[in-house]
Write a protein that binds this ligand. Structure first.
Ligand code: IPD
Ligand code: CA
Ligand code: CA
Length: 274
């Protein structure tokens, strides 16, 4: 198929914008945004997550019925068994906790993988109307304008972001220790609560780096490609081979990457010593 990544991107964009419209209908209306709990009382799902997921899946299936869909709220499970080389990794609403508290930092994330490698990705923030897009080898864009990672070259002059998954384990504790340490040795560390947007902020040069453990493919498939296409680096924070399905990610501009990765690895080493 000629121009294949662009066709995938067009459908992903259409789906993300439709999802954004639905999410905005529920935005600020906490009464109708009914809440359920998933793995714990902190892990929420709202009607907006479900309605947005329905729309995204419908849009994709209409155009690519044979593709595999992996979607956070489970709406795509029925197609997981087929052997298509294409997989769509969908987070219909990334940042549900923010959404539930009317904190305007959330998005829809749609990444398309070909043989498990991201080839197209869209992240849409409906509140600020910011659409981040990328296709493999063709750069990353924000509302149609090319974006690049920042040129800050020292960790101490960097603004960073991290996240803490709902399940708490040793690595989360290590991430919290590092959060404390880096908060006083850099320009700051944010915890913004939407991994896909965190990645896009690195791509747009608003933040120098992002790391987190315990993510899922739907959180990172689109954002990782957008960072790479913006000239950034995606790696495993602990120096293992990169596997976007294993939930551990470090995204950064090339210039501070080694310094930050050393800090992460040293803090893991000190955790195992104690
Ligand atoms: C969560 C957000 C958060 C991250 C969690 C994710 P959700 O996704 O991306 O920033 O720290 O690990 O699970 O539940 O809002 O889609
Ligand atoms: Ca998510
Ligand atoms: Ca979600």
């Amino acid at each position: 198929m000629t121009n294949e990544p662009n066709k995938l991107l067009d459908v992903a964009t259409k789906a993300a914008i439709r999802a954004g419209r639905v999410i905005k209908q529920y935005w600020g209306d906490l009464e109708s945004s009914e809440v359920e709990q998933k793995s714990s009382w902190r892990d929420l799902v709202t009607i907006a997550d479900k309605k947005a997921e329905e729309l995204v899946i419908k849009t994709i299936k209409h155009r690519f019925p044979e593709h595999i869909i992996i979607s956070e709220e489970g709406g795509g499970k029925s197609t997981e068994d087929n052997d298509s080389e294409y997989k769509w990794a969908i987070d219909p609403l990334d940042g549900t906790t923010n959404f539930r508290h009317s904190y305007p930092f959330f998005c829809t994330s749609i990444g398309v993988l070909k043989n498990n490698q991201p080839v197209a990705g869209v992240v849409y923030d409906p509140i600020h109307d910011e659409l981040f897009t990328a296709t493999q080898g063709q750069g990353a864009f924000l509302n149609g304008r090319r974006i690049h990672v920042s040129t800050v070259n020292a960790l101490k002059e960097s603004l960073l972001v991290t996240g803490f998954a709902y399940s708490v384990n040793d690595l989360q504790q290590q991430s919290m220790e590092l959060f404390k340490k880096l908060s006083f040795h850099t320009h700051g560390v944010r915890r913004d609560g939407a991994a896909a947007l965190d990645l896009c902020f690195v791509a747009a040069g608003r933040l120098e780096a992002f790391w987190e453990y315990g993510l899922n493919i739907w959180d990172v498939a689109a954002g990782a490609l957008i960072v790479q296409e913006a000239g950034g680096k995606i790696a495993n924070p602990l120096g293992k081979p990169l596997d976007l399905f294993n939930g551990q990610i470090l995204a950064s501009n090339e210039l501070i990457f080694s310094e930050l990765q050393s800090e992460i690895q040293n803090s893991v080493a000190s955790l195992t010593k104690n």
